[in-house]
Design a protein around this ligand. Sequence first.
Ligand code: FES
Length: 156
Amino acid sequence: MTRRRFVQLSAAATALFTAGGKAQLLYAPSLTYPAVKVANLAQVRTGEPIPFNYPDASSPAILLKLGRPAMGGVGRERDIVAFSALCTHMGCPVQYKGGRLVCPCHYSMFDPAKGGQCYQGLASSWLPQIPLRIDAKGDIYATAVMGLIWGRAKNV
Ligand code: FES
């Protein structure tokens, strides 16, 4: 099971245990993420990444407008996505090059249009995707992290 799948299951499952007809919460992971403004739609350009930190100052992340629809993409073209910028192999900061996220340390490559899927290199799990929300003013907010950020026991 991948780390991403584990976190998805943990978040979705909030496992319930039935004892004596009463449901009891066995596992309630801390999923209280801050909503952090990353940029406004007016600032976002195709192919020009916007670095930010999320969910805290020690966690680099990257916002991208891909110019093509993407898994989890927001905006009119569903092409705006964000990811943790720490490679899932050993935590080097990934860079956006030629439509993909590339780790300069050992050359793992991740597809930002496919949820951060690793398709080449030593990394064994996907880059954690950061779900986004856009408000009526066009402000783009980071709202959570789908998957465990490299080097952490928990994201928040
Ligand atoms: S740290 Fe990214 S591939 Fe090794």
